[in-house]
Design a protein around this ligand. Structure first.
Ligand SMILES: Nc1ncnc2c1ncn2[C@@H]1O[C@H](COP(=O)(O)OP(=O)(O)OP(=O)(O)O)[C@@H](O)[C@H]1O
Ligand SMILES: [Mg+2]
Length: 343
């Protein structure tokens, strides 16, 4: 199979070609202009997708060295995401599939993140535990097979990436700011400030990052000089390092506790926050100490990309009937629960 994957759920327009077990291309165009507004502006995002979709798909095919008639299926992100942005990629993909008379495979964005480490060799074996930490989601999922998922817990308020972005904004580090916090934290003291570790001992797999973000805000207010925030570079770096330490402590502890409870030895950490250097370092460290295989995608596959969409589609295709392949909606979604309705 030669699958063209399309991703447009938020502010990245991406197209990729995956043939058999090989990724032939993965082209990503990021909409950097949103930083000026301090967050993604949905209407501007969908208009930008409209402009870049065709050139990005063309570029992906060019880099893969294939022509239109070599594509055997088209896959696109169906959701969750910004509705206007999703519609651009989804309708482009569907129209292309119909015009070429080939199957269309709708892909769940979080499910695609979950399988992003399957772009690498080796990748996790079933059953594995997936820690999804992205801009909009924080979830711990037990994966017994493709399509067989148990949601062990998720965030009850902010996602981990959202907390990184909001704290970065408070510190004037721009948007999205997770990577900047990571960079500043390398020169900071993670023990300088004792921020809370929310729900660390809740006895379940729920997460909460909203209070942690507010603690950073209170800390900043307390140290504001007559209302104006003047931080030295070292103070800012210490806040970044201490905040990052608090988030990583919670993610690591809950994830590894679940691995122990369910006797699972393969863990994958996916989504944009999985690019965090401290999270990676501590996950790998813990893994090697306790014999747990930790799989984290290369940074290009951790934030939004079409390679993971095409990869998941290649895993799904053999399990779907021709009818379901041609249906635009092969799965049902309810809140944060993931479940795929196979025929
Ligand atoms: N090195 C890093 N450290 C911490 N956070 C990071 C790092 N690099 C990226 N991020 C964060 O990753 C997030 C983006 O990830 P991703 O593209 O997976 O999210 P999204 O697609 O917007 O959300 P979702 O997948 O839930 O719909 C942003 O919040 C960004 O700040
Ligand atoms: Mg994403």
């Amino acid at each position: 199979m030669t699958i063209l994957g399309i991703e447009s759920s938020c502010d990245e327009t991406s197209a990729a070609v995956f043939r058999d077990e090989t990724l032939l291309s993965n082209v990503i165009s990021s909409q950097f202009f949103h930083s000026e507004y301090g967050g993604v502006v949905p209407e501007l995002a969908s208009r930008a997708h409209l402009k870049s979709m065709l050139p990005i798909v063309r570029q992906a095919m060019l880099e893969a060295g294939i022509t239109l008639n070599e594509i055997t299926a088209v896959a696109a992100t169906q959701g969750p995401g910004l509705i206007g942005s999703l519609l651009v990629g989804l309708n482009f993909g569907k129209a292309l599939a119909i015009s070429l008379d080939i199957p269309f495979i709708p892909v769940h964005h979080i499910e695609a993140h979950l399988f992003s480490t399957f772009l690498h060799d080796p990748h996790p074996d079933f059953p594995f535990l997936g820690l999804v930490v992205s801009g909009g989601h924080t979830m711990l999922i037990r994966v017994d097979d493709i399509g067989v998922y148990t949601l062990l817990g998720g965030t009850i308020d902010d996602a981990a990436g959202e907390a990184f972005d909001k704290v970065a904004k408070m510190l004037g580090l721009g948007y999205p700011g997770g990577r900047e916090i990571d960079r500043c934290a390398t020169s900071g003291d993670p023990e300088a400030i004792s921020f809370p570790r929310p729900l660390l001992n809740s006895g379940d797999y729920r997460f909460s990052f909203s209070g942690l973000k507010t603690s950073v805000l209170y800390h900043l207010r307390k140290h504001a000089n007559k209302g104006s925030l003047t931080l030295t570079e070292q103070e800012r770096n210490d806040i970044c390092a201490s905040f990052q330490r608090a988030i990583v402590d919670v993610l690591l502890e809950k994830c590894m506790r679940a691995a122990k409870e369910y006797s699972i030895t393969d863990v994958t950490v996916v989504g944009g926050v999985s690019a965090n250097s401290e999270l990676q370092r501590r996950m790998y460290e813990y893994g090697s100490l306790y014999d747990i295989q930790v799989y984290i995608p290369d940074v290009v596959y951790s934030t939004d990309n079409a390679a993971m969409v095409a990869r998941l589609a290649a895993l799904l295709a053999p399990r779907m009937t021709t009818t379901s392949l041609l249906q635009a909606s092969a799965f049902a979604r309810s809140g944060d629960r993931l479940f795929r309705a196979y025929p």
